[in-house]
Design a protein around this ligand. Sequence first.
Ligand SMILES: Cc1ncc(COP(=O)(O)O)c(C=O)c1O
Length: 374
Amino acid sequence: MSEWKVDFYGHVCQYRNLKEEIDAAIVEVLETGKYVQGPTLARFEEELAKYYGMDYAAGVNSGTDALWLSFMALGIGKGDEVITTTNTFFATAEAIWIAGAKAIFVDIDPATCNIDPNLIEEKITPKTKAIVPVHLYGQCADMRAISAIAKKHGLLMIEDNAQGFGAEGPDFKVGELSDAVCTSFIIQKNLGTFGDGGGVICNREDVISRIKELRNHGSSKRSHHLMGYNSRLDDLHAGILSVKMKHIDEWNERRREIAKQYDEKLEDTSLVLPTEKEGYRHIYHLYVIEHDKRDDLQEFLKERGIRALTHYPICIHQQEGYPWGEDAETSPSLPLSEKSASRVLSLPMYPELTQEEIDLTIDSIIEWDCQRKG
Ligand SMILES: Cc1ncc(COP(=O)(O)O)c(C=O)c1O
């Protein structure tokens, strides 16, 4: 049992609600005797491709692996520059570094915290090979504008969709404008397994078959014709994800309902609330507010038993572990990303939140806000 009155995640609750279906799926996989690259993985890959209306999908070990295996399959590596954002999870840049390329950061549109397409072209050099837009917090980046730039400069585009499963743009679907979509199935994502997992969805057969070789020690059939890795999505996870994917649209809809309540009831407070851009379908992987006194608000909520978290309090280029030197940009100027990182706070957001939990969170924030205003 959680020690919080309102926890940040609802995984156990989700499991209990689907216990019969999930337990049956696990038993079904165990009975097949095929746990690695077996029929359950193959079936889930078909379902995943179908969900996105695309031709192919590959299950891998994590969202991080989905990214760097895609980079490698698309020929991105040493000497290449890859444009992305700095206010995302560390893995976005880490995957670029693992593939041997250099991450080049572009500042954000402060309204959405997604990459600002107007700032991309000034960062393009002869070494630029790809753009990696991140659909941060569950709202798509402006893919039309980004893909026009990618086309103009002959660049590849790989979507970091770890936080955007089920999100859509006003006149585009995820995957429609890019070379590959990479997603994460780690437990806390909108579609998450009970552990780690990831997937790549793509219309290019050559890219997916290369990823399937790379994920399995560079092997096809019996021979190893290239150096690869071990990054397969286990059949047990594929079976669990198959069950959960049937519910993803309904769960995303519930997230949107909760977001609407936060939007309406916190509208008159001093919090800066997230913006859903006209025509976009934000699926609120995270409901992120901004405030100068976010640490104070987080502490106040904690005292009331409400768990709020920060995504992400330190930009990637300012992380201690970020590889400086020739592998990284020196002192990029990213003032809007840095400002946002110092102000963000994610409120509890998951489909299983009860009305009492939502009300307690809202009432506590209003109480904090009134106290501040005196
Ligand atoms: C934006 C983003 N990219 C990449 C990842 C990496 O995914 P994983 O944790 O499955 O490796 C995550 C999540 O964890 C993420 O939020």
